[in-house]
Design a protein around this ligand. Structure first.
Ligand code: ADP
Length: 258
């Protein structure tokens, strides 16, 4: 709490007491702290690729350029790190768009089945490379939902890419489309590495990752779930994660039909 004091003077300007105003600072304090933490995180996330790029270009300039093969190897690292920075920046821009203004969604009636097929097609190659199998189960006569197609596609891409990333070779991923009352449910479950109990509550926080090194190696930014949550909630839906460490993870997305 913050307290402000002021003398209270009566009409004849005689001192007759003190006014004390208590202001609850908890919210403001929390926000300031979050903002500080966020800026620190962003700086740190960008600093890592910058340091890598700097050291590799320096090595090339210091003479490695004479060795063509080595140079190509180093330049590939530089290239990958640039891609990574660009992913972080575009994810951040998207999140800051959500923060700064009411996003105007272009809602229309859309088929989840078509959307899932489209996303699976986009990610098929990555799954093939890991010999992963995907099963799709769709309830008959599933109703269309009223939503922004691109936004929901992004949600599914983020969640399915996680399922692929955090599931070892030969894993199985199930996608289930179901309807319940006035909602459609999208379930994406994998039999991958799972999430320890103590991390589950923080998993939607910006930049939070169970294993930073692993996520980084797999190209993650730590922002995918935050973005997915923002999109789903601004469609009046919900996103929940159930997971068992070393067994697998199940993401349940509920979206209203209307
Ligand atoms: P990232 O870019 O690191 O994947 P996300 O915001 O998408 O960021 O996810 C945050 C973290 O949640 C991941 O780093 C990972 O530790 C964990 N996670 C997300 N999905 C899964 C999953 N299907 N299986 C295991 N861990 C997961």
């Amino acid at each position: 709490y913050m307290a402000r004091f002021a003398p209270y003077l009566s009409q004849s300007s005689e001192f007759s007491g003190i006014i004390i105003v208590f202001q609850d600072m908890t919210e403001q304090y929390k926000l300031d702290n979050l903002r500080r933490e966020f800026v620190a995180n962003v700086s740190h996330e960008l600093k890592t690729p910058i340091t890598t790029i700097k050291s590799y270009t320096e090595t090339i300039l210091a003479g490695a350029i004479e060795d063509k093969e080595l140079s190509i190897q180093f330049l590939n690292v530089v290239n990958d790190e640039c891609d990574r920075m660009s992913r972080i920046v575009s994810d951040l821009l998207q999140l800051s768009n959500f923060d700064n203004k009411e996003v105007e969604w272009e809602k229309e009636y859309m088929s989840l089945e078509k959307l899932i097929n489209r996303v699976v097609m986009k990610l098929e190659l990555t799954m093939k490379e890991k010999d992963q199998k995907v099963n799709i189960y769709i309830k008959k006569d599933l109703k269309d939902i009223y939503a922004d197609k691109d936004a929901i596609e992004q949600v599914i891409i983020n969640i399915l890419s996680n399922a692929i990333k955090y599931t070892p070779e030969n894993g199985i991923i199930n996608i289930i489309l179901n309807s319940k009352d006035n909602n459609n449910e999208i379930i994406i479950e994998d039999d991958g590495i799972g999430i320890p109990k103590e991390d589950i509550n923080r998993i939607f926080d910006r930049f939070y990752r169970v294993d930073k090194a692993r996520s980084r190696d797999l190209g993650g930014t730590g922002l995918g779930l935050s973005i997915a949550k923002r999109i789903v909630e601004s469609h009046n839906g919900q996103i929940n994660i159930e997971s068992e460490y070393e067994k697998g993870t199940k993401v349940i997305i509920t979206l209203p039909i209307k």
